[in-house]
Write a protein of this length. Structure first.
Length: 179
């Protein structure tokens, strides 16, 4: 994926949100008059994160690669703006104030132990007793967390006890191209 692909994906995310604000539905590529490149068509997982004034404003994505990245970006941009249960839907007045970040993900791979997770390099999933949660690679460094603090927060995010990560969990790691 080159710099042009990244710029196009960021513009596509912004245009998808704007179209939804005006029309109340997802846009097609044709309606946005977007040129889709081979780099944008790679099968990848991806997350779209919105920030407003440096604060999280929405973040939704797909961990596993099942479809073209541009499709992931279009739909998850809209979901981040309007369907993240942690925030009220984005308004017209907020639109110009949001910053968009895209994380294009590698395939998650299982690791034997939490000790194999490298903070700052790996995104991670935790699974235990039918519950799961994910953090993108940039979350722990942005928060200033070490591995144990990160896993404590991840366990809580999954609806588990803070120390449930210490035994009986399975972990997967992935890397991300963040732009």
């Amino acid at each position: 994926m080159n710099d042009d692909d990244k710029k196009r994906l960021l513009m596509l995310a912004r245009a998808s949100i704007k179209y939804y604000l005006k029309n109340g539905r997802l846009a097609s590529v044709k309606e946005l008059d977007a040129k889709i490149t081979p780099g944008m068509s790679q099968i990848m997982g991806g997350f779209v994160t919105l920030h407003k004034n440096g604060q999280l404003r929405g973040c939704i994505g797909e961990i596993f690669p099942t479809r073209e990245l541009y499709k992931v970006v279009m739909e998850r941009a809209v979901d981040s703006a309007f369907n993240d249960y942690r925030f009220r839907p984005l308004t017209d007045e907020e639109f110009d104030a949001i910053d968009i970040e895209i994380s294009a993900l590698s395939m998650p791979e299982p690791v034997e132990s939490w000790k194999d997770i490298i903070i700052g390099k790996h995104g991670m999933t935790l699974e235990k007793n039918g519950r799961s949660a994910v953090f993108l690679p940039q979350v722990a460094p942005e928060q200033g967390w070490g591995i144990e603090e990160t896993l404590t927060h991840l366990a809580v995010k999954a609806g588990l006890s803070p120390d449930d990560w210490e035994s009986g969990c399975s972990f997967k790691v992935f890397e991300a191209i963040v732009f």
